[in-house]
Write a protein of this length. Structure first.
Length: 66
């Protein structure tokens, strides 16, 4: 059960990292198509902050439970 829970936590964090990474890729490749985000740099910074949050979770899981 322990391994299944740790795997689920890792996959959850990895999924969120990928979601925010893809959002940045969209802003980088098609910024004019994102009408409600006039400040693309600020929006990308927020996406990076979310990626860092989930990367921190992955790091903690691997360091203390891996």
């Amino acid at each position: 059960m322990r391994e299944k829970l740790l795997t689920a936590l890792e996959k959850h964090a990895q999924g969120h990292i990928e979601k925010h990474r893809i959002n940045i890729e969209i802003y980088l490749t098609n910024p004019v198509g994102i009408g409600e985000h006039s400040d693309i740099i600020e929006t990308c910074e927020k996406e990076l902050e979310e990626m860092a949050r989930y990367q921190d979770q992955l790091d903690m899981i691997r360091k203390y439970f891996g």
